[in-house]
Design a protein around this ligand. Structure first.
Ligand code: R5P
Length: 282
């Protein structure tokens, strides 16, 4: 990102004490500067968030004029509503803590639900920019053998995403419907009328965690006669067994971005983030 923006990156000293606490030290000069720090929040979301809070506050203490948090994968964003009475509104808490640590701007990639994020943003002074990696992912799939493939979402709620993807891939779009048991967390995928016989399909989602959602969608597509099915997501979380689950379901490719480090086939969001930073009002 720094190279693309033509600025010098500053690296920090960091260690973890034997009891698990974090130590952060900023060694460069930041006084009077706008500083963007980059900290994704997987694996170990709690630790990574704590590091972000420590770093943001320290940059402010050192006199940074403005502290921008670039959090490519924002953990806790899926709990963006109270689905059951008494649940913690996790996304709101995280936004509040970032703000309290001195962050004035937050840049994220494909947050789970942009509308919820905008609603919660109103509770805070923090300005949030959500960058979409969908065109990047779809363009990569198009250029690597999936031109003309159907773009499919396992979830009706992600209509906007597949609309964008289908414009790039040029093969139309379709949806399954996902329902979740709010107590057990179990999900089910329905929507067996999608026409996919003999077609290539790319299933787009924001996150692959356990791989459950994606593998159910892939399996359903294979049963409906799809030729090749690939999975494309923005954030791949390091949950053991997910990749095998997707392969066993019949995924010919699993592609993600580098918002979270992984051994998957990835496309980099560095350029998108650099553009977003350059676009922030100064
Ligand atoms: C949830 O609604 C998200 O959009 C993803 O579909 C979900 O987080 C994927 O999780 P898993 O891989 O565990 O099914």
């Amino acid at each position: 990102m720094a190279r693309r923006m033509g600025v010098e990156p500053l690296f920090i000293n960091h260690k973890i004490f034997p009891d698990g606490e974090n130590y952060i030290r900023v060694t460069g000069e930041v006084e009077g500067e706008t500083v963007a720090f980059v900290q994704t929040t997987a694996p170990e979301p709690d630790r990574k968030l704590m590091q972000a809070f420590l770093l943001a506050r320290t940059l402010g203490d050192l006199g940074a004029r403005r502290v921008v948090a670039v959090i490519p994968y924002l953990a806790y964003a899926r709990q963006d509503k109270r689905f059951l009475r008494g649940e913690a509104l996790s996304l709101d808490v995280v936004l509040g803590l970032l703000e309290a640590s001195g962050v004035s701007d937050l840049v994220v990639v494909d947050v789970h639900n942009e509308e919820s994020l905008s609603n919660l943003e109103n509770n805070h002074r923090l300005r949030v920019t959500n960058v979409s990696a969908v065109n990047l992912l779809a363009g990569y799939m198009r250029d690597t053998g999936f031109q003309g493939a159907l773009s499919l979402s396992p979830d009706l709620g992600r209509r906007g995403v597949v609309e964008k993807a289908s414009k790039v891939l040029g093969g139309g779009m379709a949806f399954f419907e996902k329902t979740r048991d709010r107590v057990t967390g179990e999900t089910a995928i329905t929507g067996g009328s999608v026409e996919v016989e003999g077609r290539d399909v790319v299933v787009f989602d924001d996150i692959i965690s356990s791989g459950g959602t994606m593998s159910k969608a892939i399996q359903a597509l294979r049963e409906l006669g799809a030729r090749r099915v690939a999975a494309a997501c923005t954030h791949v979380l390091p949950v053991p067994g997910a990749f095998e689950r997707l392969r066993n379901a019949g995924a010919v490719r699993v592609v993600a971005t580098d918002t979270v480090e992984s051994s998957y086939e990835t496309v980099s969001v560095a350029g998108l983030l650099a553009e977003a930073l350059q676009g922030l009002d100064r």
